[in-house]
Ligand binder design. Sequence first.
Ligand code: SF4
Length: 341
Amino acid sequence: MADATHPTPDAWVFPKIGEELFEALRAAHAGRIVLQVPAGLIRNATELVDRIRTETGTPVVLATRACFGACDFPSRDEAPRADIAVVLGHAPIPNVPLPRPTYFVEMRESGGDPVQLAEMVAAAQIPRRLGLVSSVQHLDLVPVLADALTRRGYDVRIGRGDRRLAYAAQALGCNYTGAEAVEADVDAFLFLGTGRFHPVGLAFAVDRPVWSIDPLQSLLETPIDRGGLIRRRQLAVAVAREARRWGILVSTFGGQNRSPTALALQERARSHGREAEILLFDRLDPRDLEGRALDAYVNTACPRIALDDAANYAKPMLTPPEFLMALGELPLEPYRFDTYH
Ligand code: SF4
């Protein structure tokens, strides 16, 4: 399964913070390292900076901007003097070019009892033809859980996605192409990981019931209400349908920039007699959109901004496929998730 050792010429992958990482950093003879940590590790960020500096003898600066995924690694402008980046908590996105050599520390977590988890799945009578999907932290548990489920009579399928995903079974909140690859062969999906972010996206992307299991807490969550999610988005499409003046949002983050999509959508809007302006941003703040003479937005950056955070914005915000639904170019059914390829 681990096929992402060198997914791009500039990416190196480490399971944890430890001697293997320090040795590689020492060997790289960097003049300066920029460290990026996810929200869950911010409390330890200063300590981590200190540890990496002590272990490698290299100056380390901390990227303090909130980061959401491997799509928004520190840019050249954010850390102009750093020649190496260390990114914690994410796997590389193989088809996204990096501005400098980047060491991804995936923070793999091998905990969880596969036999107990398989028992819980069987007891909940989750369908036997089952697709297995995981966040990067829990990927090491996927093969052993698949074995335990198979011994209980399950037909487990693990899909390989497109070039935005480094590993088979892996999910990103914007890309479930691994799951989609096996959707026709399964009756349900099981997401292995914590929180609702990934399973909610999976429920948008595949027309199958989605259960999720937290392997560390041995907690099996009830299936996501896919119908409810989609009805809310269809309502958003209906509300935006009459909008005349559209803002097309484009992010400058390295792995969130879909400028060609934005230009194509602008063309589509104009062909329907709508006005459409492209608005550039890096990290989107609802206050940046206040006071603009626009009726609605289509967001070409992270699809989860429109799907999860639309309530934070005063005007309707759609994903690109939803925008085409609003223009009448795509039907409302089947719902199309905005897969970021
Ligand atoms: S685009 Fe959104 S969902 Fe995809 S990796 Fe970035 S933050 Fe995560």
